[in-house]
Design a protein around this ligand. Structure first.
Ligand code: FE2
Length: 259
């Protein structure tokens, strides 16, 4: 079976990329389950029910989030009611929503998806490494395989998490930097790994934001109001192939499409 994991969907261009690319990719690549990082899907900041439903209507099965999860007020009430969206599990206790969920796909295969957020160059949260240990144990045999979206800034933290979880999860992918890395591989313990999936969003931008605004910020050092660019899109993802019998990852392949 094959799982498609789509890199951070940013704004309108990102949603258009999903609409244009996903249906045909699903058929061409024989995809059974689609995960997308949706934390920047609503105007580049957070997610709303309307935007999530739009992505589901294009064929996304579930959404992971990240450090921008709380940006839209409605999420506090909406998250606990929507099992197709998870938020980073290592927010301190009391945060709304779930940090992982289990989905049944393709003739009864139970896929647990865990979302974690990093701590290097990012806001304070609980330890993602210890949280991963705790959740893997908690999930136990309630799932046949585990996929992890580790939403983190530093490549080192993501590489470290890859080694830490190697052999214990089927795939660990990084998100958040909006730049796809070329280090996809199957680690020695059998875990499919990539440091960052990249961005599904406006291609002619600085990681999603209008180029002129970011250049002004760099040149003057003055605070700027960020605005998501609305340009031609790029579509970034990986396809993870999983053996039907052993339920181990056999291959990880990058997807980088653009219009
Ligand atoms: Fe992020």
């Amino acid at each position: 079976m094959r799982v498609l994991m789509i890199g951070d969907v940013v704004g309108r261009a990102g949603r258009r990329a999903v609409k244009d690319c996903l249906p045909s990719l699903k058929v061409e690549l024989g995809i059974n389950f689609v995960i997308a990082n949706g934390e920047n899907a609503a105007g580049g900041n957070g997610i709303t029910k309307t935007v999530a439903n739009e992505l589901f209507s294009y064929g996304v099965d579930m959404l992971t989030m990240g450090n921008h999860v709380w940006n839209k007020k409605e999420i506090y009430e909406y998250l606990p009611k929507e099992s197709r969206i998870i938020r980073p599990a290592n927010y301190p206790p009391g945060a709304p929503g779930n940090g992982y969920n289990i989905y049944t796909v393709n003739k009864g295969v139970r896929i647990a998806v865990i979302n974690l957020v990093g701590r290097v160059f990012m806001p304070e949260v609980d330890c993602p490494f210890r949280k991963a240990d705790q959740l893997i144990e908690e999930i136990g045999d309630r799932a046949d395989l585990i996929l992890v979206d580790f939403h983190a800034e530093a490549t080192s933290e993501k590489v470290a998490m890859g080694w830490y979880l190697d052999g214990r999860v089927t795939a660990l992918v990084g998100t958040h930097t909006h730049v796809q890395t070329a280090d996809e591989r199957i680690l020695p313990g059998g875990t499919a790994y990539i440091t960052d999936l990249g961005m599904t969003g406006p291609r002619n931008s600085v990681i999603g934001v209008r180029t002129d605004i970011i250049l002004r910020k760099f040149k003057t050092g003055l605070p700027q109001r960020f605005e998501v660019a609305n340009t031609d899109y790029q579509f970034n993802a990986v396809v993870i192939s999983i053996d039907e019998y052993t339920l181990r990852a056999t291959d990880i392949m990058r997807v980088f499409n653009f219009e």
